[in-house]
Design a protein. Structure first.
Length: 309
Protein backbone atom coordinates (compact mmCIF):
# COMPACT_ATOMS: atom_id res chain seq x y z
CA UNK A 1 0.00 0.00 0.00
CA UNK A 2 2.87 2.31 0.91
CA UNK A 3 4.59 1.56 -2.42
CA UNK A 4 1.44 2.54 -4.32
CA UNK A 5 1.27 5.85 -2.44
CA UNK A 6 4.94 6.59 -3.27
CA UNK A 7 4.40 5.73 -6.94
CA UNK A 8 1.35 8.01 -7.09
CA UNK A 9 3.33 10.88 -5.54
CA UNK A 10 6.15 10.42 -8.07
CA UNK A 11 3.69 10.36 -10.96
CA UNK A 12 1.99 13.54 -9.76
CA UNK A 13 5.35 15.23 -9.30
CA UNK A 14 6.42 14.36 -12.83
CA UNK A 15 3.13 15.65 -14.20
CA UNK A 16 3.59 18.91 -12.37
CA UNK A 17 7.12 19.30 -13.72
CA UNK A 18 5.89 18.75 -17.28
CA UNK A 19 3.29 21.47 -16.85
CA UNK A 20 5.81 24.07 -15.66
CA UNK A 21 7.54 26.06 -18.37
CA UNK A 22 10.65 26.71 -16.30
CA UNK A 23 11.93 23.17 -16.84
CA UNK A 24 10.76 22.77 -20.44
CA UNK A 25 13.18 23.09 -23.36
CA UNK A 26 11.71 23.94 -26.75
CA UNK A 27 13.54 22.32 -29.66
CA UNK A 28 13.08 23.78 -33.12
CA UNK A 29 13.08 21.12 -35.84
CA UNK A 30 15.01 22.12 -38.94
CA UNK A 31 15.26 19.82 -41.93
CA UNK A 32 17.99 19.82 -44.54
CA UNK A 33 19.67 22.85 -42.88
CA UNK A 34 16.82 25.12 -43.93
CA UNK A 35 15.41 28.04 -42.04
CA UNK A 36 13.87 27.56 -38.62
CA UNK A 37 10.52 28.94 -39.73
CA UNK A 38 9.05 26.04 -41.63
CA UNK A 39 5.47 25.66 -42.72
CA UNK A 40 4.79 22.24 -44.17
CA UNK A 41 2.37 22.07 -47.06
CA UNK A 42 -0.34 19.44 -47.22
CA UNK A 43 -1.58 17.57 -50.29
CA UNK A 44 -3.54 14.39 -50.93
CA UNK A 45 -2.83 11.72 -53.51
CA UNK A 46 -4.94 13.38 -56.21
CA UNK A 47 -3.13 16.72 -55.80
CA UNK A 48 0.29 15.09 -56.03
CA UNK A 49 -0.68 13.15 -59.15
CA UNK A 50 -1.96 16.40 -60.65
CA UNK A 51 1.49 17.96 -60.15
CA UNK A 52 3.08 15.16 -62.17
CA UNK A 53 0.43 15.36 -64.89
CA UNK A 54 0.78 19.16 -65.18
CA UNK A 55 4.53 18.85 -65.54
CA UNK A 56 4.08 16.35 -68.37
CA UNK A 57 1.41 18.46 -70.06
CA UNK A 58 3.36 21.73 -69.98
CA UNK A 59 6.50 20.38 -71.69
CA UNK A 60 6.20 19.65 -75.41
CA UNK A 61 9.86 20.10 -76.29
CA UNK A 62 13.18 21.03 -74.72
CA UNK A 63 16.46 22.37 -76.09
CA UNK A 64 19.17 22.56 -73.43
CA UNK A 65 22.87 23.13 -73.01
CA UNK A 66 23.99 21.26 -69.93
CA UNK A 67 27.03 20.40 -67.89
CA UNK A 68 27.36 16.64 -67.35
CA UNK A 69 29.53 14.91 -64.75
CA UNK A 70 29.66 11.15 -65.46
CA UNK A 71 30.59 8.54 -62.89
CA UNK A 72 31.12 4.79 -62.80
CA UNK A 73 30.63 2.34 -59.97
CA UNK A 74 27.78 2.11 -57.49
CA UNK A 75 26.98 2.48 -53.80
CA UNK A 76 26.27 -1.26 -53.79
CA UNK A 77 29.95 -1.96 -54.49
CA UNK A 78 31.00 0.87 -52.21
CA UNK A 79 32.96 2.81 -54.82
CA UNK A 80 31.98 5.62 -57.21
CA UNK A 81 34.49 7.37 -59.47
CA UNK A 82 33.55 10.75 -60.93
CA UNK A 83 35.11 12.03 -64.15
CA UNK A 84 35.74 15.47 -65.58
CA UNK A 85 32.59 17.31 -66.52
CA UNK A 86 31.79 17.90 -70.18
CA UNK A 87 29.39 20.00 -72.19
CA UNK A 88 26.33 18.37 -73.74
CA UNK A 89 23.32 19.32 -75.82
CA UNK A 90 19.93 17.76 -75.20
CA UNK A 91 17.02 17.93 -77.65
CA UNK A 92 13.64 16.49 -76.71
CA UNK A 93 10.30 16.42 -78.50
CA UNK A 94 7.14 14.79 -77.19
CA UNK A 95 6.34 11.98 -77.01
CA UNK A 96 9.73 10.23 -77.05
CA UNK A 97 12.22 11.82 -79.49
CA UNK A 98 15.48 12.63 -77.77
CA UNK A 99 19.04 13.39 -78.82
CA UNK A 100 22.05 13.86 -76.55
CA UNK A 101 25.44 15.00 -77.85
CA UNK A 102 28.34 15.00 -75.41
CA UNK A 103 31.59 16.91 -76.02
CA UNK A 104 34.97 16.25 -74.43
CA UNK A 105 36.35 19.02 -72.18
CA UNK A 106 38.67 21.66 -73.66
CA UNK A 107 38.96 20.21 -77.19
CA UNK A 108 35.15 19.94 -77.56
CA UNK A 109 35.34 16.89 -79.81
CA UNK A 110 32.30 14.61 -79.79
CA UNK A 111 32.43 12.04 -76.97
CA UNK A 112 29.13 10.43 -77.96
CA UNK A 113 26.05 11.13 -80.02
CA UNK A 114 22.82 9.33 -79.14
CA UNK A 115 19.35 9.58 -80.65
CA UNK A 116 16.14 7.66 -79.95
CA UNK A 117 12.48 7.65 -80.89
CA UNK A 118 10.92 5.57 -78.13
CA UNK A 119 11.29 2.18 -79.83
CA UNK A 120 15.02 2.04 -80.47
CA UNK A 121 18.20 4.07 -80.31
CA UNK A 122 21.43 4.76 -82.21
CA UNK A 123 24.69 5.59 -80.45
CA UNK A 124 27.89 6.83 -82.09
CA UNK A 125 31.20 6.55 -80.18
CA UNK A 126 33.91 8.29 -82.27
CA UNK A 127 36.78 7.28 -79.97
CA UNK A 128 35.87 3.61 -80.46
CA UNK A 129 34.97 4.05 -84.13
CA UNK A 130 31.75 2.27 -83.19
CA UNK A 131 28.11 2.74 -84.12
CA UNK A 132 25.62 0.94 -81.87
CA UNK A 133 21.93 0.30 -82.48
CA UNK A 134 19.37 -1.39 -80.27
CA UNK A 135 16.04 -1.24 -78.52
CA UNK A 136 15.15 0.16 -75.13
CA UNK A 137 15.24 -3.21 -73.39
CA UNK A 138 17.27 -3.38 -70.15
CA UNK A 139 20.99 -4.12 -70.37
CA UNK A 140 21.60 -7.84 -69.87
CA UNK A 141 25.39 -7.91 -70.30
CA UNK A 142 27.29 -4.91 -68.99
CA UNK A 143 29.94 -3.41 -71.25
CA UNK A 144 33.28 -2.28 -69.87
CA UNK A 145 32.63 1.00 -71.67
CA UNK A 146 29.84 2.45 -69.56
CA UNK A 147 28.65 4.69 -72.41
CA UNK A 148 27.54 1.50 -74.17
CA UNK A 149 25.20 0.79 -71.26
CA UNK A 150 23.24 4.00 -71.84
CA UNK A 151 19.58 3.74 -72.81
CA UNK A 152 17.63 6.84 -73.86
CA UNK A 153 14.50 5.63 -72.08
CA UNK A 154 16.32 5.92 -68.76
CA UNK A 155 17.12 9.56 -69.48
CA UNK A 156 13.59 10.29 -70.61
CA UNK A 157 11.96 8.87 -67.49
CA UNK A 158 14.47 10.66 -65.25
CA UNK A 159 14.26 14.02 -67.03
CA UNK A 160 10.49 14.01 -67.58
CA UNK A 161 8.75 12.17 -64.76
CA UNK A 162 5.87 10.20 -66.28
CA UNK A 163 2.43 9.86 -64.70
CA UNK A 164 1.26 6.36 -63.74
CA UNK A 165 0.07 3.96 -66.40
CA UNK A 166 -3.41 2.43 -66.42
CA UNK A 167 -1.97 -0.77 -64.96
CA UNK A 168 -0.41 0.93 -61.94
CA UNK A 169 -1.93 1.53 -58.52
CA UNK A 170 -0.78 4.60 -56.58
CA UNK A 171 -0.32 4.46 -52.80
CA UNK A 172 0.54 7.68 -50.88
CA UNK A 173 2.79 7.92 -47.83
CA UNK A 174 3.57 10.81 -45.48
CA UNK A 175 7.23 10.44 -44.45
CA UNK A 176 7.65 13.30 -41.97
CA UNK A 177 9.93 13.18 -38.95
CA UNK A 178 12.71 15.28 -37.44
CA UNK A 179 14.95 14.83 -40.48
CA UNK A 180 12.48 14.46 -43.35
CA UNK A 181 9.34 16.14 -44.59
CA UNK A 182 8.26 14.44 -47.79
CA UNK A 183 5.27 12.83 -49.41
CA UNK A 184 5.98 9.64 -51.33
CA UNK A 185 3.80 8.18 -54.06
CA UNK A 186 4.39 4.44 -54.45
CA UNK A 187 3.43 3.03 -57.85
CA UNK A 188 2.71 -0.71 -57.83
CA UNK A 189 1.46 -3.08 -60.51
CA UNK A 190 0.68 -6.76 -60.92
CA UNK A 191 3.35 -9.03 -62.31
CA UNK A 192 2.91 -12.01 -64.63
CA UNK A 193 1.98 -14.20 -61.65
CA UNK A 194 -0.60 -11.70 -60.43
CA UNK A 195 1.38 -10.58 -57.39
CA UNK A 196 1.89 -6.87 -56.80
CA UNK A 197 5.36 -5.37 -56.89
CA UNK A 198 6.77 -1.89 -56.48
CA UNK A 199 7.59 -0.19 -59.77
CA UNK A 200 8.42 3.40 -58.84
CA UNK A 201 8.55 5.96 -56.01
CA UNK A 202 8.19 9.72 -56.45
CA UNK A 203 9.17 11.97 -53.51
CA UNK A 204 7.75 15.47 -52.92
CA UNK A 205 9.31 18.03 -50.59
CA UNK A 206 6.60 19.19 -48.18
CA UNK A 207 8.17 22.66 -47.91
CA UNK A 208 7.25 23.47 -51.52
CA UNK A 209 5.81 20.25 -53.07
CA UNK A 210 8.65 20.08 -55.60
CA UNK A 211 9.70 16.61 -56.70
CA UNK A 212 13.05 15.82 -55.09
CA UNK A 213 13.55 12.14 -55.88
CA UNK A 214 12.36 9.35 -58.16
CA UNK A 215 13.30 5.70 -57.80
CA UNK A 216 12.45 2.84 -60.15
CA UNK A 217 12.69 -0.85 -59.27
CA UNK A 218 12.90 -4.21 -61.01
CA UNK A 219 10.63 -7.16 -60.28
CA UNK A 220 12.82 -8.17 -57.33
CA UNK A 221 12.64 -4.75 -55.72
CA UNK A 222 16.22 -3.85 -56.64
CA UNK A 223 16.88 -0.22 -57.62
CA UNK A 224 17.11 0.42 -61.36
CA UNK A 225 17.27 4.23 -61.32
CA UNK A 226 17.71 6.66 -58.44
CA UNK A 227 17.22 10.25 -59.66
CA UNK A 228 17.38 13.32 -57.41
CA UNK A 229 16.20 16.81 -58.31
CA UNK A 230 17.23 20.18 -56.89
CA UNK A 231 17.32 23.86 -57.72
CA UNK A 232 13.79 24.07 -59.08
CA UNK A 233 13.09 27.35 -60.84
CA UNK A 234 10.88 28.83 -63.53
CA UNK A 235 12.28 28.73 -67.06
CA UNK A 236 10.03 30.80 -69.31
CA UNK A 237 7.02 29.88 -67.22
CA UNK A 238 7.89 26.17 -66.89
CA UNK A 239 9.07 24.84 -63.54
CA UNK A 240 12.05 22.53 -63.93
CA UNK A 241 14.98 21.38 -61.76
CA UNK A 242 18.35 22.93 -62.52
CA UNK A 243 20.27 19.89 -61.24
CA UNK A 244 19.35 16.26 -61.95
CA UNK A 245 21.48 13.52 -60.38
CA UNK A 246 20.83 10.16 -62.11
CA UNK A 247 22.29 6.89 -60.83
CA UNK A 248 21.94 3.41 -62.34
CA UNK A 249 23.46 1.11 -59.68
CA UNK A 250 22.93 -2.15 -61.59
CA UNK A 251 24.45 -0.71 -64.76
CA UNK A 252 27.21 0.88 -62.66
CA UNK A 253 27.09 4.38 -64.03
CA UNK A 254 25.62 7.74 -63.16
CA UNK A 255 25.55 11.32 -64.35
CA UNK A 256 24.86 14.69 -62.79
CA UNK A 257 23.17 17.08 -65.23
CA UNK A 258 23.24 20.82 -64.56
CA UNK A 259 21.22 23.06 -66.85
CA UNK A 260 23.20 26.00 -68.21
CA UNK A 261 20.72 27.15 -70.86
CA UNK A 262 17.27 25.82 -71.66
CA UNK A 263 14.28 26.60 -73.88
CA UNK A 264 10.91 24.93 -73.66
CA UNK A 265 8.23 24.35 -76.29
CA UNK A 266 10.20 25.73 -79.24
CA UNK A 267 9.80 23.93 -82.60
CA UNK A 268 12.49 21.32 -83.30
CA UNK A 269 12.86 20.04 -86.87
CA UNK A 270 12.93 16.36 -87.75
CA UNK A 271 16.56 16.44 -88.89
CA UNK A 272 17.62 17.14 -85.29
CA UNK A 273 16.68 13.54 -84.50
CA UNK A 274 18.45 11.88 -87.44
CA UNK A 275 21.74 10.08 -86.83
CA UNK A 276 23.23 8.10 -89.72
CA UNK A 277 26.11 5.68 -89.34
CA UNK A 278 29.36 7.41 -90.35
CA UNK A 279 31.33 5.70 -93.08
CA UNK A 280 34.14 3.47 -91.86
CA UNK A 281 32.65 2.82 -88.41
CA UNK A 282 32.00 -0.61 -86.94
CA UNK A 283 28.31 -1.44 -86.60
CA UNK A 284 27.18 -3.25 -83.47
CA UNK A 285 23.58 -4.36 -83.04
CA UNK A 286 23.00 -5.04 -79.36
CA UNK A 287 22.43 -8.71 -78.78
CA UNK A 288 24.94 -9.65 -81.48
CA UNK A 289 28.72 -9.51 -81.86
CA UNK A 290 30.28 -6.38 -83.39
CA UNK A 291 30.81 -6.56 -87.15
CA UNK A 292 34.34 -6.75 -88.45
CA UNK A 293 36.03 -3.41 -88.89
CA UNK A 294 36.20 -2.13 -92.49
CA UNK A 295 39.96 -2.53 -92.56
CA UNK A 296 39.79 -6.14 -91.38
CA UNK A 297 36.90 -7.03 -93.66
CA UNK A 298 38.77 -5.98 -96.81
CA UNK A 299 41.44 -8.33 -98.12
CA UNK A 300 44.86 -6.75 -98.31
CA UNK A 301 46.82 -6.88 -101.57
CA UNK A 302 49.16 -9.39 -99.95
CA UNK A 303 46.31 -11.73 -99.01
CA UNK A 304 44.79 -11.50 -102.51
CA UNK A 305 48.18 -12.28 -104.04
CA UNK A 306 48.53 -15.31 -101.78
CA UNK A 307 45.10 -16.61 -102.82
CA UNK A 308 45.98 -16.37 -106.53
CA UNK A 309 49.23 -18.28 -106.13
Amino acid sequence: MELRRVAAIIALSCSALLLTSCLARRRVITRNKSTQTQTLLTANKEALLKLIENQTRLIGSLSATVDMVPSVGSVIKGKITEYTDFLAYIRYRKPADIRIIGLYPVVRNTAFDMVADGTGFRLYLPSKNKFITGGNEPVTALSANKLENLRPSFFLDALFIPPPTNKQICLPQDFTDEDNAVYILHFVEAGADGSLHLVRDVWFNRLNLHIVRQMTFDANGEILTDARYSGWKLFHGVAFPKVIDINRPQDEYGVVITLEKVEFNKPISNDQFVLEQPKGTVLQVLGSKPAASPAAATDSPASRKKKTN
